[in-house]
Unconditional design. Structure first.
Ligand SMILES: [Zn+2]
Length: 201
């Protein structure tokens, strides 16, 4: 009787949990690591274990970081009255490289999509509401992607925030539908921030 290759099957199933990785890609990755790069595989295990132990969400902006409060939220030189809402930590990196926003951020860690069980509360938005209620924030810039999901998220955010006494704006709509912030060049991104559209004063 042949023994089943359980460890290999489990590795392929684990790799398949990565976004955009199907069975074929997961198999290719597993064969590559086992056949050609066992050292690299060991590094993935160690770094992933360390990351799981050390990386948490910033108590204020929800981004991933290694301290209770991230380096941007604790930077007193930044403008603490302007807060930009983005989808992912990679969007913060894009904004910082475009050098067009010196305020703070709030990171949703995805889209708000009630049909997928991701309502406004599962984004950690209570953290943001607590912050708005301190009265420190005077402008919220909604900087979600220019995709159908990003537009829907922007609409839900606006409805949830419109009654708070702060200005709300959104990045200018000059970009084609389907644009994701992290793939937009720095110049275009900076222009979208400078020409942001005021939704409410
Ligand atoms: Zn933070």
């Amino acid at each position: 009787m042949t023994k089943k290759n359980d460890a290999l099957a489990e590795l392929i199933a684990a790799l398949k949990t990565l976004p955009s990785v199907g069975v074929k890609s997961a198999q290719r990755m597993a064969y590559h690591l086992l056949q050609h790069d066992r050292e690299g595989a060991g590094r993935i295990v160690t770094t992933l274990q360390n990351a799981l132990k050390q990386i948490i969400h910033c108590r204020l902006c929800n981004t991933l970081c290694e301290h209770e409060i991230c380096h941007l939220c604790s930077d007193e030189k930044r403008d603490h009255s302007r807060l930009m809402i983005v989808h992912m930590p990679s969007d913060v990196i894009s904004m910082e490289s475009a050098n067009c926003h010196d305020g703070l951020y709030f990171v949703l860690m995805g889209y708000i999509d009630p049909t997928q069980n991701r309502d406004i509360h599962s984004t950690g938005l209570e953290k943001l509401l607590d912050r708005i209620e301190t009265g420190e924030i005077t402008e919220i810039i909604i900087a979600t992607n220019f995709t159908a999901e990003g537009n829907a998220t922007a609409h839900i955010l606006y409805e949830a925030l419109k009654n708070y006494p702060c200005k709300i704006s959104r990045l200018s709509q000059g970009m084609p539908l389907g644009s994701e912030l992290e793939y937009i060049d720095s110049g275009t991104l900076a222009q979208a921030v400078y020409e942001r559209k005021c939704l409410k004063n």
